[in-house]
Design a protein. Structure first.
Length: 82
């Protein structure tokens, strides 16, 4: 179990998502999991998340089946952590 859980709720974030994920992954502290909750994005957010998750086992990608709203997506991702 990782020491730290980092939550990242996202929605249609393909323009900035790679830099946001890279920013987390490039930290000197490495004992973490990155939990990404995709709020049923309609752009390429899902593809980007799947690509990163396939390359780094610290990334947990969850896609909501419908848009649950920003506040509920934030609450969801906060409740997923270790």
């Amino acid at each position: 179990m990782p020491l730290v859980s980092v939550g990242m709720p996202v929605y249609n974030a393909d323009a900035t998502l790679k830099s946001a994920i890279d920013s987390v992954l490039n930290q000197s502290f490495t004992d973490f999991e990155l939990i990404i909750s995709d709020n049923c994005s309609t752009d390429s957010t899902s593809d980007i998340c799947k690509e990163y998750a396939s390359k780094d086992p610290r990334i947990i990608y969850i896609r909501q089946s419908s848009n649950i709203g920003g506040a509920r997506n934030l609450k969801f991702v906060l409740n997923q952590g270790a």
